[in-house]
Design a protein around this ligand. Structure first.
Ligand SMILES: NC(=O)c1ccc[n+]([C@@H]2O[C@H](COP(=O)([O-])OP(=O)(O)OC[C@H]3O[C@@H](n4cnc5c(N)ncnc54)[C@H](O)[C@@H]3O)[C@@H](O)[C@H]2O)c1
Length: 243
């Protein structure tokens, strides 16, 4: 008898990289739990379970996990955590409300999602978690004032490395994807010709990335073919981080 299709949870699933990962995962034979705070409510059709879920809210994630386990009792095998926000503010304005919002969603959200959705993986002693950072974790950005975002994405890298060390011995791998500039609704700087020009100057491949190019990297790290990869930070950036 063939094994049942693996179950993958994807957060931030309603847009951009998350939505592309949902699509690719379905095409690749996964059963997908697609979580997003923008998702209006519960829908279930064959291999796709869509749920409203706020990743900063522990109870919301626990409810989502209950719902996933009720539908698919074999349980969760992997998480691709794409939920995140991008905000800009000149550092000297000391906008603590913006700083807090960005850290609540990008940092606390990553911690809560990995912690809650990691439980079934730890229980079964196998699984894979993929967190989304950004090349901003390592590079200063001269084009936009993104101090809060850059700091939050640095914390995501630290969290991913810590989970890789802490949970690796228990059979759960954690890796981090660090996209460059990807063509999604988050990336507004490229809406003007001037902004696009500035961005392209720094990308050896001379184009923006597409959401599905990041989705392929996420699914490689989430899946069984990366079984000996743990604790890496994989840039998907057209080479931007090497110049
Ligand atoms: N687009 C890029 O250029 C780029 C570059 C580097 C890193 N990233 C990272 O990749 C990830 C996905 O980005 P994207 O470009 O697809 O963005 P996007 O704005 O297209 O999608 C983000 C999704 O996250 C959801 N979300 C936000 N807060 C949430 C919450 N509290 N709970 C549940 N869902 C929530 C939104 O509703 C949205 O559907 C983010 O972590 C982002 O920081 C993106």
């Amino acid at each position: 008898m063939s094994e049942p299709a693996p179950v993958l949870a994807i957060t931030g699933a309603a847009s951009g990289i998350g939505a592309a990962t949902v699509q690719l995962a379905l095409e690749s034979g996964y059963r997908v739990a697609a979580l997003d705070k923008k998702t209006p409510n519960f829908t279930f059709q064959e291999n796709l379970l869509q749920l409203a879920c706020d990743v900063t809210d522990t109870a919301s994630l626990e409810q989502a996990l209950d719902c996933i386990e009720e539908r698919w009792p074999a349980g969760l095998e992997a998480l691709v955590h794409c939920a995140g926000i991008y905000r800009t503010s000149a550092a000297e304005t000391l906008d603590l409300a913006l700083w807090q919002e960005v850290h609540d969603i990008n940092v606390t959200g990553s911690y809560v999602a990995a912690s809650v959705l990691g439980r079934p993986l730890l229980r079964r002693g196998k699984g894979s978690i993929v967190l989304l950072s950004s090349i901003a974790f390592a590079l200063g950005d001269g084009t936009e004032p993104g101090a809060a975002y850059a700091a939050s994405k640095g914390a995501v890298v630290s969290l991913g490395r810590q989970l890789a060390a802490e949970w690796g011995p228990r059979g759960v791998r954690t890796n981090v994807v660090a996209p460059g500039v990807i063509d999604t609704p988050m990336t507004t700087i490229v809406n003007s010709q001037e902004g696009l020009g500035k961005v392209l100057e720094n990308i050896p491949l001379q184009r923006l990335g597409a959401a599905d190019e990041v989705a392929h990297a996420c699914l490689f790290l989430a899946g069984r073919k990366s079984s000996y990869v743990n604790g890496v930070v994989l840039p998907v950036d057209g080479g931007q981080s090497i110049i």
